[in-house]
Design a protein around this ligand. Structure first.
Ligand SMILES: *[C@@H]1O[C@H](CO)[C@@H](O)[C@H](O)[C@H]1NC(C)=O
Ligand SMILES: *[C@@H]1O[C@H](CO)[C@@H](O)[C@H](O)[C@H]1NC(C)=O
Ligand SMILES: *[C@@H]1O[C@H](CO)[C@@H](O)[C@H](O)[C@H]1NC(C)=O
Ligand SMILES: *[C@@H]1O[C@H](CO)[C@@H](O)[C@H](O)[C@H]1NC(C)=O
Ligand SMILES: *[C@@H]1O[C@H](CO)[C@@H](O)[C@H](O)[C@H]1NC(C)=O
Ligand SMILES: *[C@@H]1O[C@H](CO)[C@@H](O)[C@H](O)[C@H]1NC(C)=O
Length: 481
């Protein structure tokens, strides 16, 4: 009898719950189980910036669970469902951080490149930088993250087509790296993880980059050199007075109107007017854009010298929320999430256009779809896998309470800051939780600060129901003996 109770107990308490995978279906992201549409409500997460990424330091943005717990709790309250991380060391242990983000329904979009030598393509020296050491690096990132259910996709490149001249030589190499990553994933991952590109908003090259990378060379619909999604780093909406038209969002909707893959802002959040009010959020997730776009990623979580941050991180591990965080949270709280999750069957029937020089309008943009073949040693990496891969895996998240002090934008300490693990199939959604950090105590002794645990409800209720079910089953089992 005890063993039955024990089994029930274990069933309830020890399962590592996992988000459902998100897959690409035509021009949409969809939940692989519920078929709900998934729109990216995301934030860039690279504490220290790329300058803070130091090879061999043992530190990257997903290597310290204490810090990830603090940041995941703040991001869960903010309402995001995705982080983008730029520079990762695939040899580190990311299990706790990835598991914390998984527990709160936050997915990860990961760049495979880094600023370190041999860890990205050099547009000025493509033939020698596209080498097997480079491929080993990008495949190591796949190995490190392929087993996490909340890995949403990999960026094969970020703004590689940007400077004058790059548009002529880089595009075929981007298709090559995309192919290599997709072949590696198809051979060495149990799940098909999407691979895409993140483009600079250089208007002379943007439409051509999109057309070049998203077309189908062989018409087979399984062209591995074709990207699965397209991100655009967009900073054209500046300040509270901008509009859909003045920001040129109308032009983007037109440019991507025939897309056959998901398109989203892989960075956005112009800071020319401070503090930022983020009115563009209503446009991006509103009826004029969601038919074409799949959301976006706010640049960025941490305040750095370039002043795009939502949160100040201090060296002693404490953090202070900036007013921009509150402003963004207010915008997210206005979104109609049910509407955003509703599917769109017409977006699933789209056939990729066939590649041809006629798709490309710029005189200097590559019209060659002859994709470079693998560098020496590359094929064996794909066939046999890289040596000594460091495979991440989900672990139990036992700590949920943030022990580091976090202060609201008014200086008050935020009480009861914790992550709230969500049930299996849920991604995080805006939930209206207060993060102002007001800690003034009223006459009746109730705090006007952050609302207590019950505001999001879902997870707690499910667990309570499960617990009651377990108790009832145990009682029944006991009685039947
Ligand atoms: C880059 O890779 C090439 C080819 O494997 C290798 O010869 C070279 O030493 C590497 N450079 C660095 C800085 O690691
Ligand atoms: C979707 O779910 C099916 C059934 O569980 C699974 O076989 C498949 O690998 C999943 N696909 C992706 C892309 O996650
Ligand atoms: C979208 O497709 C329509 C119909 O084929 C075409 O007329 C239009 O030029 C296309 N738009 C873009 C931006 O490619
Ligand atoms: C559904 O997708 C089609 C094709 O991408 C698009 O034209 C249409 O606007 C979308 N509808 C909605 C409601 O998102
Ligand atoms: C941590 O550092 C910040 C910024 O320097 C400071 O304001 C705060 O008092 C420090 N907190 C602790 C607990 O040391
Ligand atoms: C993680 O960060 C905390 C807070 O800054 C620090 O105390 C701790 O030593 C770090 N842990 C590791 C393993 O680096």
């Amino acid at each position: 009898m005890l063993s039955l109770i024990g089994v029930l107990f274990l069933l309830f308490f020890s399962g590592v719950s996992a988000v459902q995978n998100i897959k690409v279906q035509g021009a949409d992201y969809v939940n692989n189980v519920t078929s709900d549409r998934f729109q990216i409500i995301g934030i860039a997460y690279q504490p220290g910036g790329s300058a803070g990424f130091i090879g061999g330091s043992g530190i990257d943005p997903l290597s310290n669970g204490t810090l990830c717990l603090r940041d995941a709790a703040l991001m869960q309250r903010l309402g995001v469902n995705t982080i983008r991380v730029y520079n990762l060391d695939p040899s580190l242990n990311h299990d706790l951080c990835a598991s914390i983000f998984n527990a709160v329904g936050i997915y990860m979009l990961l760049d495979v490149n880094s600023p370190l030598p041999n860890e990205s393509l050099n547009p000025g020296d493509l033939t020698s930088s596209y080498n097997s050491a480079y491929l080993n690096r990008v495949f190591a990132v796949v190995e490190a993250f392929k087993n996490f259910p909340n890995t949403l996709g990999f960026f094969s490149g970020n703004e590689v087509i940007q400077f004058s001249g790059s548009e002529t030589v880089v595009p075929p190499y981007l298709r090559a790296v995309t192919r290599d990553l997709k072949q590696y994933i198809s051979k060495h991952s149990s799940r098909n993880i999407p691979v895409g590109y993140s483009a600079a908003d250089v208007r002379d090259f943007l439409a051509d980059s999109f057309a070049y990378l998203s077309c189908d060379i062989d018409g087979s619909s399984s062209d591995e050199t074709r990207i699965d999604f397209f991100g655009l780093n967009s900073y054209s909406w500046c300040g509270g007075d901008a509009t859909f038209q003045t920001a040129g969002y109308d032009i983007l909707v037109q440019m991507f109107g025939n897309t056959t893959i998901p398109v989203f802002f892989s960075e956005y959040g112009c800071n020319k007017v401070k503090p930022r009010v983020f009115n563009e959020v209503q446009a991006l997730y509103g009826p004029e854009m969601t038919g074409v776009m799949s959301g976006g990623i706010i640049y960025e979580y941490v305040q750095e010298s370039n002043e795009y941050g939502l949160v100040d991180l201090h060296d002693n591990g404490t953090a202070t929320i900036r007013i921009d965080y509150n402003n963004l949270q207010k915008q997210y709280n206005k979104l109609d999430i049910k509407q955003l999750q509703s599917g769109n069957s017409s977006a699933t029937m789209l056939k990729a256009p066939r590649c041809s020089g006629g798709l490309i309008t710029g005189a200097s943009f590559s019209k060659s779809f002859k994709v470079p073949s693998l560098p020496s040693g590359g094929q064996s990496l794909i066939d046999n896998g890289i040596q000594n891969p460091n495979n991440g895996k989900l672990v139990d998240v036992t700590e949920t309470v943030v022990k580091l002090d976090v202060y609201g934008s008014n200086g008050g300490r935020i009480e009861n800051l914790a992550i709230k693990p969500l049930p299996e199939d849920q991604s995080n959604t805006p939930n209206g939780q207060d993060t102002t950090g007001a800690t003034t105590t009223t006459a009746s002794g109730t705090s006007t600060g952050p609302k207590p645990e019950s505001t999001t409800g879902g997870a707690g209720h499910l667990r309570m129901n499960l617990l009651l079910t377990c108790v009832a089953l145990s009682v029944l089992a006991l009685r039947s003996t």
